[in-house]
Structures are given as C-alpha cells and as structure tokens.
Ligand binder design. Structure first.
Ligand code: ZN
Ligand code: ZN
Length: 344
C-alpha cells in the first residue's frame, strides 16, 4: 500500500509526522491535491493546547492549504492536473436553514477540514471539487497561503458594514487583525487605528497602512485613538476577544456602532451590557467566510493588497511541523507556514 506523511497533533508537546495510507484515487466529483504550503493559525495553536472549544485531540491539522491538482475524479471538467488551487475548508451539509440561506459558514452541521476531519498538513488529500478555488496565473503559492487568512477578515468587514468613510478600530495586530486592516482599507474605510501590546506588531500595522498603531496596554489608548479617529469608531473589530479588549471595544465604539468579534474567546467573556443597551451598540460575531469572500480575498491579493512577506515570518518543512507549531505560539511571529514536499 502506498503511504504518505501526515501531521498528527496530540498536544503542544506531542506533534509528530505519521505514515498513513495515501488517499485516492478521487471519486465522482472529487479531486486529489498534493499540498505545497499549509498555514498554521490561532485555531491550530488553541487546538494543540486543548483550548479550542470545538476541536478534539488528537487532530490532523491543515485547513489553510495551497496545493497542486494531481488527479481529478469523474465528472470534474474545470480543473486539471497541474492547476494550483487553494482549499476552502468549510464542509457544510447543504440542506440546513443556514445553508439554504447562503450562510453555509454557520451551517448547523458544520465540520471544518483539518479541524474535525483529517487536514491538508500531509503530502496529499482528496476533497470535493467545490471546496477548491483555482489560483490566478502567476500567483505564488506563498501569496496564495494568505487567501484563507484574508477571507475571514473580508467576511467580517463585509458583515460589519464597513464602507467608504468608515472610522475603524482594530484590536490585535496578529494575522487576522492585520488583514482586517487591509480588508477595511479596501472596503473604503477612511481611518483605521490598530492596537497591540507588542511594538513589532504595531510597526507592522503601521507599514500596512494603519493611521495609528497604539499600545493596547497604554491607559491613554482610548483617548488617543479617538483623536486619530476624530471621534468614536463606527466599527471596532475585537481580534483579541478577552475581557480587557471587549471593554476597550465598548469604550471606543460610537453610539449606534458595531463591535465585531473576530477573535476566538477561550470561554464566556464579561461584556459591559449596560453600555451595549444604553448606546444601542451592536455586538456581533463573525465565523470564517463563504465563497464570495474567498473570491474577493484572491482578487485583493492578485491586485497587490498585501505581499506574502508582509505577514509570513517563518516557513518550516513538513518534517519539522512541531517546530512550526512552537513558532506559531511565539507572539513575535505573525504567519508561520509548513512547506510540504518530499524530502530529497
Ligand atoms: Zn485558520
Ligand atoms: Zn448546513
């Protein structure tokens, strides 16, 4: 039996590469993809530590996957071997009320490839054709590795109603926060303030076009942000999702404004509910994305909205996936990738 490598995460200390049966051939409507680059994100870091509410360990990661089509199954006419693709990892049921309304990112029976099923941090995987997006000619795999991370902010920005003239605050300058900045700019936001506790991340936010990048733990932050925003924010994106960031979000947002929760909270978080009521603040959540968000993320990257080097701070070969996970939990890192490819 032909085998391949696949990463298995049991705990932060136990991340190994296993030999497992190689999948394929692809069935009707399916595609066999050889992974090239796989991103690690906050979801993976939380999951490895056992802190993700919806991922059980051990798990086989890889939901941010770029690859090359190796073989297409019967009935797949619009992809061919050699095409570069990016995975859209949400596996929706297609028949629940949310799916029927086009909101399949919150499918009642949602599973995520690489979270609740074996993922793409492996030599190859098989998925239905409709879970893949073909990459534009000339887009590097490194840049394509940002498609999935950018799709989440594109969705959150759209859902929050950011548009021309919007005044926006983004709490947290990790990959999601930085890409919320990029997506908000492209949606027409007039002024964007970003906060983070780490100076390196603030500098990165400034390089990516933040009007101000402020220290999140500075007691004068809210006042300074209001100066730059010339008043309270129309929308605040909480990419941290802790009690302190939620309190700041409520302080920063205008009456009638929106606090968009993008970060993954570790559990129940207190919210200043008296102010939510008194100021008619909308506190809403955002999960993943749908097809149009992924398509917009691809278009934004193809148009040069951001470079791979703006976010990717380290790349490790598959056999060193454990080191890649360790690097991902280092707050100095932004986006960490795992490069798949047979060791020579
Ligand atoms: Zn992710
Ligand atoms: Zn569904």
């Amino acid at each position: 039996m032909e085998t391949m490598r696949q990463v298995v995460v049991t705990s932060t200390e136990d991340i190994r590469v296993e030999e497992v049966p190689r999948p394929g051939p692809p069935g009707e409507g399916e595609v066999l993809v050889a992974s090239t680059l796989v991103g690690i994100c906050g979801t993976d870091v939380h999951a490895a530590a056992g802190h993700h509410p919806f991922i059980d360990r051990p798990y086989r990661p890889g939901h941010e996957v770029v690859g090359v089509v190796e073989q297409v199954g019967p009935g797949v006419a619009d992809l061919a071997a050699g095409d570069h693709v990016v995975l859209e990892p949400n596996l929706a049921c297609g028949h629940c009320r949310q799916c029927r309304n086009g909101r399949y990112n919150i499918c009642r029976n949602l599973a995520v490839f690489g979270c609740q099923t074996a993922g793409g941090m492996a030599d190859a995987f098989v998925v239905p054709r409709h879970r893949l997006h073909r990459l534009p000619a000339g887009m590097s795999d490194e840049l394509a590795a940002l498609v999935e991370p950018l799709a989440t902010p594109v969705h959150a920005v759209r859902r929050a109603g950011v548009g021309p003239g919007s005044r926006v605050a983004v709490l947290g300058a990790g990959p999601i926060g930085l890409l919320v900045l990029v997506a908000a700019r492209h949606a027409g936001a007039e002024v964007v303030v970003v906060t983070d506790v780490l100076s390196e991340k603030r500098e990165r936010a400034a390089r990516l076009g933040a009007d101000a990048a402020l220290a999140a733990d500075d007691p004068g932050m809210v006042a300074r942000a209001a100066e730059v925003l010339r008043g309270p924010a129309d929308v605040v994106f909480d990419c941290v999702a802790r009690e302190s960031s939620m309190a700041q979000a409520i302080d920063l947002v205008d009456k009638g404004g929106t606090v968009m929760v993008v970060g993954i909270a570790a559990g129940p978080i207190p919210v200043p509910l008296h102010l939510v009521q008194d100021r008619e603040i909308s506190v809403i959540g955002s999960l993943m994305y749908v097809r149009e968000d992924v398509e917009e993320a691809i278009a934004l990257l193809a148009a040069g909205a951001v470079e791979a080097t703006d976010l990717v701070t380290a790349t490790f070969p598959l056999d060193r996936a454990a080191e890649a996970f360790a690097a991902s939990s280092d707050p100095q890192q932004v986006k960490v990738l795992v490069a798949v490819g047979r060791p020579s």
